[in-house]
Design a protein around this ligand. Structure first.
Ligand code: SPV
Ligand code: MN
Length: 626
């Protein structure tokens, strides 16, 4: 027996040692033993798929004080520190060795230096604490999509959240045998005061791509700590690149067409840009709202949800706009609320919930009252803009029956959407796969939101809405996307959507529910059942079709002036955007495929020619049926 096993035997009690030993996986023993040696926990709890193990984690979350009970049964709440409310881009880095070339757009640190630093923060970080060892399966179990992953954390809140968000995978590890092919995630909250991480200056999320391992410390916010989420997505993108499939920041949903037909869509939107609310659109069915794996199986693109729960933004969830999730959040169920306001009666409130603002309570800033300011003099809202809820998808009445299907669903359409106040039309279809990947996915820009730390509303390049998670060179990533379905007979249709277009007076041109119409139009396009107008940048809807769809699905009039303002081509803006994108790829994206420049330049020339004849603004009625 090597020192790893000896240490495990010494540190784990009999029951927990047995649970680990049953997996008979030397790489797993090494990972767990190394982490125990480094973090030095007081005890270790190994979680199998058994209900009683999971129940123990849930109980510990309450006993440790990381979660507290709310009035409704099954509801708990958790706070992250005041300065720990979103993903920390600046301190999330890839550990690179001399042989790796990631390109300038990825944030990296030398492996030796980075490991030394993060190890120094993790050293003895769990003294007197319990380490949870949890096994999960990314994607459905027993599936070509499955990836086993092990999480070590001293946070029962993290371990509990993962239980709601991922399929447990102890049995998947049993099947894995002694293979080292699994993801490894190590997290410690670091030093705590009043239950929150205090050393946020030492917050680090370091990703070792060569060993499929992520280290995260001095943070609690889910996006930095729930290892199966964005930390594993970064590992999965690299694995996918090596194996010829795609790991994407995408929702998966079923959209109903005439006669009860269901067409499956995946959709990539940057954080806080309508991805969850699209997946939840009333009348359709949800498979997932955040991360999808896509593979070609039998000549068709198929997708699965990597997760089985939602870590959703709670802001603006109200009875009117999000009836399905509202129902779950206001009835007894297992729900974790994070960074909301909690009143003395243990009722949670959040921004935009449609209820009267309570007189006070506690939130991520401790005791709160309306008008309270932080030390910088900024007013503290009643809940953080990135406050979240965590639930099982199974709680939702609109869950799609194929969530756990090992082969996933066949993808009919892929939608790319960003937060764009002045350039793109609300919905547009690309000419073909390559045109769509390049002009919709790879050209995506979005204005920043509360989902990451830092300034909001700044336009950023975000290819496939995945830029925060791309772990290979951006050029190779785009190339992988192009190649993925290029040669298939049945390629998904590719669309761009923009829910955030504003008019001359600065107000939004669409309301939230309008996206239902865009989805219905796209579904009909996939089946060739509705016409379109051909612009130099893609196909856009005809007025009469939208008028009909608005009436049929929303019971609303759709005035011609609204259509013209929404679907006019804003050529000056569009051309400026294309130049920005070309410049980014030319100057800072090594390995960009030549076809990207060819497609962008051809489109730019078509738009410039149009601008010469018609000026900066072209009405949709000027375009021919195509
Ligand atoms: C996102 O920010 O894209 C999320 C939440 O889905 S997080 O877990 O922070 O990534
Ligand atoms: Mn996300």
């Amino acid at each position: 027996m090597g020192w790893h096993e000896e240490l495990l035997k010494r540190k784990l009690d009999r029951d927990n040692y047995r649970k680990l030993a049953r997996l008979a996986n030397p790489s797993l023993y090494h990972f767990v033993a190394d982490a125990i040696k480094l973090c030095n926990p007081g005890s270790v709890f190994v979680t199998t798929d058994a209900d009683e193990d999971v129940a123990y984690v849930r109980r510990r979350a309450l006993e440790s004080g990381e979660e507290k009970s709310l009035a409704l049964e099954g509801h708990t709440y958790h706070f992250d520190g005041y300065h720990d409310q979103a993903r920390d881009r600046a301190n999330t880095k890839y550990l690179v060795s001399a042989s790796m070339e990631l390109g300038a757009r990825l944030s990296a640190i030398g492996k030796e230096e980075g490991l030394k630093e993060v190890h120094s923060y993790l050293q003895d970080a769990m003294v007197g604490r319990e380490m949870f060892v949890r096994f999960f399966c990314l994607g459905p179990r027993n599936s070509p999509f499955s990836i086993p992953a092990v999480q070590l954390t001293d946070s029962s809140y993290v371990a509990h959240s993962e239980d709601l968000l991922y399929r447990s995978g102890y049995e998947e590890f049993r099947k894995l045998g002694d293979s080292p092919d699994f993801f490894r995630l190590l997290h410690s909250q670091g030093e705590l005061k009043d239950d929150v991480s205090v050393n946020t200056d030492k917050r680090r999320i370091y990703i070792d791509l060569e060993n499929n391992t992520v280290y995260s410390t001095n943070t609690q916010y889910g996006g930095n700590t729930i290892g199966l989420k964005k930390l594993s997505l970064r590992l999965a993108i690299r694995k996918a690149s090596e194996e010829g499939w795609l790991a994407e920041h995408m929702l998966v949903m079923g959209v109903r067409g005439p006669g009860g037909r269901v067409t499956y869509f995946t959709g990539a939107f940057p954080s806080a840009c309508g991805k969850t609310s699209t997946a939840m659109v009333p009348g359709e069915t949800i498979l997932g709202d955040d991360i999808a794996y896509l593979r070609v199986i039998d000549g068709k693109v198929r997708a699965v949800n990597v997760e089985c729960g939602i870590f959703g933004i709670i802001r603006d969830v109200n009875a009117q706009d999000d009836p399905v999730i509202w129902e779950v959040l206001t009835a007894p169920a297992e729900v974790i609320f994070s960074n909301v306001l909690v009143t003395e009666e243990d009722i949670p409130f959040w921004l935009g919930d449609g209820r009267e603002v309570p007189a006070g309570g506690i939130n991520h800033s401790a005791k709160w009252w309306p008008g309270k300011q932080d030390e910088a003099g900024n007013e503290i809202p009643l809940s953080h803009r990135n406050a979240r809820y965590t639930v099982w998808l199974e709680e939702l009445s609109n869950l799609d029956p194929h969530l756990h299907d090992p082969l996933g669903v066949e993808v009919g359409a892929i939608v790319y959407g960003g937060r764009d106040s002045d350039t793109s039309v609300p919905v547009e279809q690309s000419f073909d796969w390559v045109h769509g990947i390049i002009t919709k996915g790879a050209s995506l820009e979005s204005e920043t939101t509360a989902a990451t730390l830092g300034k909001k509303g700044v336009r950023q390049f975000s290819p496939m809405s995945n830029s925060d998670f791309i772990s290979i060179s951006f050029g190779r990533y785009v190339q992988n996307n192009i190649r993925f379905a290029e040669k298939l007979d049945h390629k998904p249709f590719i669309f761009g959507v923009n829910y955030f277009l504003k008019g001359q007076d600065g107000s939004y041109l669409n309301v939230m529910e309008d996206k239902r119409v865009w989805l219905k139009w796209m579904e009909l396009r996939v089946h060739g059942e509705v016409g379109a107008l051909r612009t130099p940048a893609g196909f856009i809807p005809r007025y009469q079709d939208l008028q009909h769809l608005f009436h049929e699905h929303l019971g609303k009039e759709y005035p011609e002036e609204a259509y013209v303002e929404q679907f006019a081509l804003r050529l000056d803006k569009k051309l400026a955007k294309m130049l920005r994108i070309e410049k980014i790829y030319r100057e800072s994206v090594p390995e960009t495929p030549a076809v990207l420049f060819a497609v962008l330049q051809a489109q730019r020339q078509r738009l410039e020619a149009l601008q010469k004849s018609k000026g900066d603004w072209v009405s949709p009625f000027d375009f021919p049926e195509g």
